[in-house]
Every structure is written in C-alpha cells, then in structure tokens.
Design a protein around this ligand. Structure first.
Ligand code: AMP
Ligand code: GLY
Length: 464
C-alpha cells in the first residue's frame, strides 16, 4: 500500500485525488486541507483540516501520516516552501522547492532568468527596483521611457502572488501613463519591485509539462477563459473554463508552435537548475501567446492550473502515481506519458455575482443520479451515490446537514469529453443540467463560433 499526502482542497485537488486513486497500484490518499472538499472526502482515506500555509503544521501532519510522498496542489504553499519543509523530515514532494517556485512567485526572477540564459520568446521588459520606497531612483522616468518606447502598449506586473490581480494590460485595464504609474508605485510599495512588459498581441494557450529537472513531458495544450462573462467580457477570474482538442493541440496552433513552447520550457528548466543549483520537480505550466512573430512566453506557474487540471488528469492514461514518483526520482525519461485521444471542455459553475459579489451559503441541488451506489451516511453524495456525477469536480462548496452550500468562489468544475470539441461541449452541458441553484457558467466555452474567432484572429495576425 502506498500512502500519498495530498495538500489542497480545490477543484484541482479533487481532480488530483481522483487521478491518484485511479492508479492500478494499491494507493491511499490522505488530504491535508484548509476546508473539507466533499468530492475529496469521498475518495481520500482521511481528510485532515488545518492551515497548510503554516509550515510547522505541514510538518506535524506529515510526521503523523508518514506518506511515501506528497503532492502539493496550490501555488501558495508551494511558493511558501512546503516542499522544502517536508524534505526537512525526509518526505519528497511532487512539487518544486521554494527556490524553483520563484518561477511563479516572482515575475522579475523569471524574466531576468530568461534574459540571462538567452531563452527565446521573450517580450521587451524592464524591472524597476528602486533603492527604497522613499527614493525611487529615477524609476518613474524609466517607466515613462518604456511607456513611450512602446507607444503606451505595455503591461504592468506586480512582482508577487496576488491571486490573479497583479497584472494590468494597456487597453484592457488602463489607458494613461498616470494609471500605469499608480499601479507600479503600489507594486514597489508592496514587493519592492515592478515589472514592465511590452504588450503582446495574439492568442493565449497553456502548455502544462511534467518535469523532473532533466526531462519535459507535455500534457495536451489548453486554452483557458479568464473573463467572467460570455464573449470574453467582464472581470478576470481564476478561469471560467478550459478546452483542449482531440489531437492534444488547439485549432489555431501549428506543430511548430507547440515544439517552440516545449523548447522554451526545456531551456527554462535547465536555466532554473543553473541558477538555483536544484532541479525543478513537478509541473511547469507555461502561459504562452502565439503571435505574428512566433511563440512568446507570458509567464510560468509552478503547479497544475485550475481548471486546466480538470481537462488533463481525467484523460491521462498513464498511471499518475507512477508519473509522480518518476518525477521525484528523476526517472521521467522512462515514462511514456499518454492521454486518451479525446477533446475536452471544462466549465466552472459559479455562484451568481461571482467574482465581485458572490451569493454565499446558499444550497445547490444535484439531480438524483440514475445508479445509486450506496446509502447510509448523511452525505448527499452517499445518499445518491456518485452515479452520473463522474467528471464533476468540487471546488468552493461546503457540505452541511446533508446539503451542498456555495462558499463564494468557483463552485463545481464539469468536464465533458468527446471525439471532437463540439461533442465534448455537448457532453459538458448535459452534465451541467444535473445541477441547479443560483449558479451561472459561460455557455460560449467550447463553441465553434468562439473557436472560429480565435482561428480568424490568428489568420489575420499571420497575414494568411
Ligand atoms: P500573468 O499573471 O503574467 O499570466 O498575466 C495575466 C494575464 O495578463 C495573462 O493571462 C495575459 O492575458 C495578460 N498578459 C500578461 N503579460 C502580457 C503581455 N506581455 N502582453 C499581453 N498580455 C499579457
Ligand atoms: N486557470 C489559471 C490558473 O490556474 O492559473
């Protein structure tokens, strides 16, 4: 029996837990969570609730559990050094250490690294790092110079983890030099630095790779939909839904585009080791943009995406436990990472009002599944069984007195699969029909109309 400690309790961790439990090996998952996830509770042998941002507590829990290894889902414990804390007590993690995780936690680290090691695909950028808050050391003059150089078409990035709110893009979030200055000064005040970048024009996609410091194994390419409402309008969110095609690519990408993105990840992985002296183990999630001038790097995350994990993990044919262990032991070159050749569409059901003013603590209904598995406990899942709820991943949902309650953030991620994207979208929508309550989702994700817009955009940019 292998014991795995899974840290985190969102939709991504529900998908991680399911992928670990699907292993043909004899596996037991213990979940260390900030709150009980009703989906994980069904699968894990135990859920321990505590504060996974407290590294002493992480160590105490792991000491008691004695896992064979740990899987750390979210960015914040990874960035805070949970893998380092676990290693202190001899437990290895499928997650990067704190130094390597700077790839996500510090945008200036990543840009400076790529610059130093001549990694291709970088936009123009500059890091403003004044001597102290009282002495801006000419930073505002440098900002104006950069702004003028790119005719105001720039992006201003706070240099730390701000839950998706740390980036403003000219034309989308600000119009004037003054607004750029205000945001830059706030970042300097909070993090001591700010990153300015040339604004890139193109189509974004994610290439998530499993890496061990030596080998890079790519998952299917994915496109996320960050805006809250239909037609890519409304505020940014953690991601309303993601798509991938049956060939592991996306209709607006060429084979060369994917090869170029892979090459960037491989070069960055090696640069991280040269710079930090340690190997990156876990997930390198590259956010890329395909532009008229080829593939450009937007950012790296040091973990699976949420919802991207919901597209990838359920269709992984390889044994995910074996993959994690191979990554931890620098044996990924022995792994043939395989996925079912299906298209995927994931949509998050969100509480009405999300992301600015969500309804909270309101119950949602789940249609009784057709094939009850068991009964006996108070859990609504146990009453009905998981019947037709496969591929439904719980996120910000609590369970009280036999009811599921919305907790304010993205609630339930639903995966549809099919021979092509249209079939996957219809499968996703059919599963969504099982849920009712004050919920909304983006109906346009995975539609042919939205995809055609992306394809036409790229054709126009490539002058085809
Ligand atoms: P990040 O946190 O770096 O992923 O940035 C959040 C979002 O801002 C990205 O998903 C892009 O939509 C946008 N963005 C970031 N950097 C750039 C850039 N250099 N050019 C255009 N858009 C960008
Ligand atoms: N879906 C975007 C992210 O996980 O960062």
């Amino acid at each position: 029996m292998k014991k795995i400690l899974l840290i985190g309790n969102g939709g991504r961790e529900h998908a991680l837990c399911e992928a670990l439990c699907r292993s043909p090996q004899d596996v037991e998952v213990v979940n260390f969570a900030n709150a009980v996830n009703p989906g994980i509770k069904q699968l894990a042998s135990e859920v321990i609730v505590g504060n996974y941002m407290d590294m002493d507590e992480v160590k105490r829990v792991a000491q008691a559990v004695q896992p064979d290894f740990a899987v750390i889902g979210p960015d914040d414990p990874i960035g805070a050094g949970a893998a380092d804390a676990l290693l202190e007590i001899g437990i290895k993690s499928f997650a990067p250490n704190k130094k390597c995780a700077q790839l996500e936690s510090s945008k200036s680290f990543t840009r400076d690294l790529c610059n130093k090691y001549d990694v291709p695909g970088q936009p123009g950028y500059v890091v403003l790092s004044p001597p102290d808050k009282g002495d801006l050391g000419g930073s505002l003059a440098k900002l104006k110079q950069f702004y003028d150089q790119y005719d105001g078409q720039i992006v201003v990035k706070a240099d730390g983890l701000l839950g998706g709110k740390g980036v403003i893009v000219a034309g989308d979030h600000f119009e004037t030099l003054n607004e750029a200055e205000d945001f830059a000064l706030k970042s300097i005040e909070k993090f001591g630095r700010v990153v300015l970048e040339e604004k890139l024009i193109g189509e974004e996609f994610s290439l998530i790779s499993i890496v061990d410091g030596e080998t890079v194994l790519d998952c299917p390419a994915i496109q996320d939909h960050k805006r809250a409402f239909v037609g890519d309008t409304g505020p940014n969110t953690g991601g309303m839904g993601c798509i991938s095609d049956e060939n592991g690519s996306l209709p607006f990408l060429t084979e060369q585009d994917l090869a170029d993105a892979h090459e960037i990840t491989e070069q960055v992985m090696k640069a991280v080791e040269a710079e930090t002296g340690t190997k990156f183990v876990g997930v390198m999630y590259g956010g890329f943009m395909v532009t008229a001038y080829g593939i450009k790097l937007i950012e790296y995350n040091a973990r699976f995406g949420d919802p991207e994990a919901l597209n990838i993990l359920p269709i992984m044919e390889s044994d995910f436990v074996e993959v994690c262990e191979a990554a931890i032991n620098q044996k990924l070159s022995n792994i043939d990472l395989r996925f079912q050749p299906v298209a995927t569409v994931v949509k998050y059901l969100c509480p009405e009002g999300y992301p600015t003013n969500s309804v909270k603590n309101v119950p949602i209904e789940i249609k009784p599944p057709q094939s009850p598995l068991s009964g006996g406990s108070d859990s609504p899942l146990d009453k009905g069984g998981l019947g037709d709820l496969t591929n439904c991943y719980f996120a910000s949902v609590g369970e009280e007195d036999g009811q599921y309650l919305l907790k304010g953030s993205r609630a339930i991620g639903i995966l549809g699969t099919g021979d092509n994207m249209e079939a996957a979208r219809l499968d996703c929508d059919a599963k969504i029909a099982n849920f009712s309550g004050p919920l909304f989702y983006r109906e346009d994700i995975g539609t042919q109309a939205l995809m055609q817009k992306r394809i036409d955009h790229m054709k126009q940019l490539r002058g085809e």
